[in-house]
Design a protein around this ligand. Structure first.
Ligand code: HEC
Length: 486
């Protein structure tokens, strides 16, 4: 039954054009009859036309009502569309009635009003269907933008989220809580409780606080039943606020975590590093392999990315050899210089290797000074400096490496406290905590799907009454584990 209702609702956009077409055509003909040379419409013909118009308008309204029940539409626009649609139907029926009663003037007023109402209803209906890609919103919508120096983070990333998730109630059509987000000035001003964001402090920002309230809470934003901010959208808003809520910061200069880059890359392909040309890299790699005796291979058969390994060459591989890797610098994602003769001076060559993800420098003569050359390697995930002269001071250079997740400091002077400090800079503990919450929710969901039979306490090996409750406790103990950071 429900699916039939839904199905009928889907016919609304189709059926609705019938009364619209009839009423517009009728109006055109009525205008022409004002000219003496044009023949009058026979009364019976007009009655027939009006009956068809009224019946189809009622049908379209009914289907529209069914459609609205099931869909997630923008409430403000839907309301307008609904009332205008009903008004148009009433007018159509009224036209039939007054025509039959021969109240010519009233009939004329009604059909002119019907035209106006239909045009408006159609306008809002259009914005409704446009608005329904809200649900499928992602940044891939819209033409790709190449020049990242022209687009601000606010315009390219923040504004679209607010537009999709908040404008319906905090925009031109409505300003709930005296709050509007549809211009920078309004956003800065905030609502009746003041500004929605505090630059540099997302946790203290009203909009973020409200988004984090439980869905059931009255003040949760967007309100329950409306399209919600996704985990990533919320993270993006937080990141933007925490990084200073700048209006002018350009995408080209923004230092975004990779999951945010991934969200935006459909719209802004330039956020990914340009892919080096494989054939050229391969030719250079073959030549360098022959010359230096190191291994330089693509990561996979058809990959444009390469790894280089000089470990086997030992002390015959030094700064000069490292420098000669320049032709493949951008193609390298993995470089093993462990046990070679490279020094701090030679590490200057790494500045050009912007796409490196893995780097091993263990058992070399490098020191803190050399690590300074790494601070531009923003994709670096793995760094091995074990058995080197590196100390806590060297870790400072690693702070900009937002992707760094593994650091090998065995047999160095690096202290656990310094590593702790570094990791708290690199890792977004809030995000981890939220993902943990999500896991807890999913675990709950699984539990809701599971079936438990309880036979009470029975003796014998078959009954282990303690098993289930125990298992539950383990789970809740994990999920309720203390947060990593206050
Ligand atoms: C369906 C309508 C609706 C949507 C969508 C919506 N809000 Fe709201 N919002 C309200 C209403 C109603 C109020 C006022 C009542 C209240 O304070 O809870 C409000 C109030 C607020 C306030 C408090 C303003 C003040 O100063 O008191 C903030 C902040 C806020 N919303 C943020 C957001 C954000 C951020 C989004 C989008 C992610 C959003 N809202 C989407 C309906 C909405």
């Amino acid at each position: 039954m429900d699916s039939l209702v839904t199905l009928l609702g889907r016919f609304h956009p189709l059926v609705v054009h019938l009364p619209i077409g009839i009423l517009f055509l009728l109006a055109i003909v009525e205008v022409f009859t004002w000219f003496p040379r044009f023949p009058r419409i026979p009364d019976r013909v007009r009655t027939l036309i009006l009956i068809v118009a009224a019946i189809s308008a009622i049908t379209a309204s009914t289907f529209g009502w069914l459609l609205a029940r099931g869909g997630e539409y923008d409430a403000a626009i839907l309301d307008r569309h609904r009332y205008l649609g009903i008004a148009a139907t009433v007018l159509a029926v009224g036209m039939l009635v007054f025509h039959r009663m021969r109240w010519q003037r009233t009939y004329t007023v009604l059909w002119i009003s019907a035209l106006a109402v239909l045009s408006l209803a159609g306008h809002y209906g259009g914005s409704l269907t446009h608005g329904s890609d809200y649900l499928a919103f992602h940044f891939g919508n819209g033409a790709p933008v190449a020049d990242l120096t022209k687009v601000t983070v606010f315009d390219g990333a923040v504004h679209p989220i607010l537009e999709q998730r908040c404008f319906a109630c905090h925009g031109a059509s409505k300003s709930n809580g005296e709050l509007r987000y549809d211009s920078w000035e309004a956003l800065e001003k905030g609502g009746k409780n003041g500004p929605s964001f505090k630059a540099g402090n997302s946790a203290g920002s009203l909009m973020i606080q409200r988004a984090h309230l439980p869905l059931e809470a009255k003040e949760h934003m967007p309100p329950k039943g409306k399209p919600q901010l996704s985990e990533n959208e919320l993270s993006l808003l937080e990141w933007w606020i925490d990084s200073g809520a700048s209006r002018d910061l350009k995408l080209a200069n923004a230092d975004m975590p990779s999951y945010i880059t991934e969200m935006l890359v459909g719209r802004f392909p330039g956020l990914r590093p340009p892919v080096p040309e494989r054939a050229a890299s391969l030719a250079s790699a073959v030549e360098l392999e022959g010359k230096l005796g190191v291994m330089i291979r693509p990561l996979a058969v058809d990959s444009p990315w390469f790894s280089a390994n000089a470990r086997q060459s030992g002390s015959s591989f030094g700064d000069t050899q490292l420098e000669s890797l320049a032709p493949v610098a951008l193609a390298l994602t993995s470089l093993d210089l462990g046990e070679t003769d490279v020094t701090d001076e030679g590490l200057k060559a790494l500045v050009a290797m912007k796409n490196l993800r893995r780097l091993s420098l263990d058992r070399t003569r490098i020191t803190d000074a050399g690590l300074r050359n790494l601070s531009g390697l923003k994709y670096l995930e793995y760094l091995n400096v074990h058995t080197t002269a590196v100390t806590d001071a060297g870790l400072v250079a690693l702070k900009p490496l937002k992707q760094l997740r593994s650091l090998y400091v065995w047999q160095t002077k690096v202290t656990p406290a310094a590593v702790e400090g570094l990791s708290s800079q690199l890792v977004d503990h809030r995000r981890i905590r939220r993902l943990e919450d999500k896991i807890a929710d999913l675990e709950n969901e699984i539990r809701n799907q599971q079936f438990n039979a309880n036979f009470g306490i029975r003796s014998g090996p078959a009954a282990k009454p303690s098993e289930k409750p125990h298992a539950r406790e383990t789970v809740s103990a994990t999920t309720a584990s203390p947060p990593l950071q206050p």
